[in-house]
Design a protein around this ligand. Sequence first.
Ligand code: NCD
Length: 324
Amino acid sequence: MTAIARASNIRFPHRHLLGIEGLSPDEITLLLDLSESYIEYHRQADKKRAVLRGRTLINLFFETSTRTRTSFELAGKRLGGSVINMSVATSAIKKGETLIDTAMTLNAMHPDVLVVRHPDSGAVKLLSEKVNCALINAGDGSHEHPTQALLDALTIRRRKGRLNGLVVAICGDILHSRVARSNIHLLTTMGTRVRVVAPPTLLPAEIERLGVEVFNDMRRGLEDCDIVMMLRLQSERMHGTFVPSTREYFHFFGLDYEKLSAAKPDAMIMHPGPMNRGVEIDSEVADDIGRSAITEQVEIGVAVRMACLDMLTRTLPLSAAELA
Ligand code: NCD
C-alpha cells in the first residue's frame, strides 16, 4: 500500500490541506500510507531526499508552537526544500500589518507552501483564497489541526493494525480543541467509534451531531476503550471560568491508573502535547513506556508533515531521481 502512494504519480485532489472535514476515506488513507513510508526514511542516517528540491516552504505561526513548527521545518529540510520561519514577534504584524497583507507579501515571494497557524478559526481558509501556493493549516483557533489528526491516526493504525471498529475516548477540553475536532472528523470517517469525555462546560453544544458518544464521567467513558486521548485545558482560548480548580479537575478528569483501569488492559494513551502534568494527566501514566504513545506521536508527526508537503507539491510528474 505504501509503495503505491509513493511510486505512482498519485495526486492529492485538493490544492490545500485546510482540514479533515470533507476528506474521503481514500484521501485519508492515501496520506496515511505515504506518511508510513516516510517513517522508515527518517529513521535512516541519511535523511535527505530531493522531493522538495527547488521548493520553498514558509512557516507562518501567529501562535506559539514547539512540535508542529519544528516538525514542519524538519520535514521541509529533510525533503530538500528551503524553509523559512517567519517569527510574528519580529514581523511587520507588530507594526499593524493585517493578516491578509502579510500573506500577500509572502505570496509575492513565490513560496510553494505556506504553513499557517492562527488563533482565529477560519483564518487559514481566508488566506487560502488570497494566495496561489499550497496552504497547510497548522491549527486555526479551535477549528481544525489536520496534520495532528493524521499523525494520531497513523500512531493508532501502526499500534492496533487498523482504525475501523476501535473505540477511541477523547478526554478533556473538547470545547476549545482543534485537535479534538480534526480527530473526530478523521476517526468517524474511517469507521472508528469516538467517545468524548468531559465536564459539560468543556463540551460544545450539540457535539453528538458529529457522530460521537458523550460522557461526563471518566470511568464510564473509558470503559473497554482501545485508545485514551488526553487534551490540555486550553486556557489561552478560555474567556471565563470553565473548571472550579485544576486540583478538582484532576480529581474527576485527570488520567491516573485508577481511571485507566476501566479501559481495555492494552489501551494506548495519547496526548498531542503540550502536557500539563498533574492537571489532565498523571506524570507516571504519561511516562509509562508500555502504554503511552506520546513520544511516538511526535516522531510520526515529522513523517506525516513530509507526506503532506510531498503530496501538495506534486504538480509536476516526479522524476525517477525524486522517487528514489
Ligand atoms: C495542540 C494545538 O496546538 O492545538 N498542540 C499541538 O499542535 N501539538 C494542542 C494544544 O495546544 O493543547
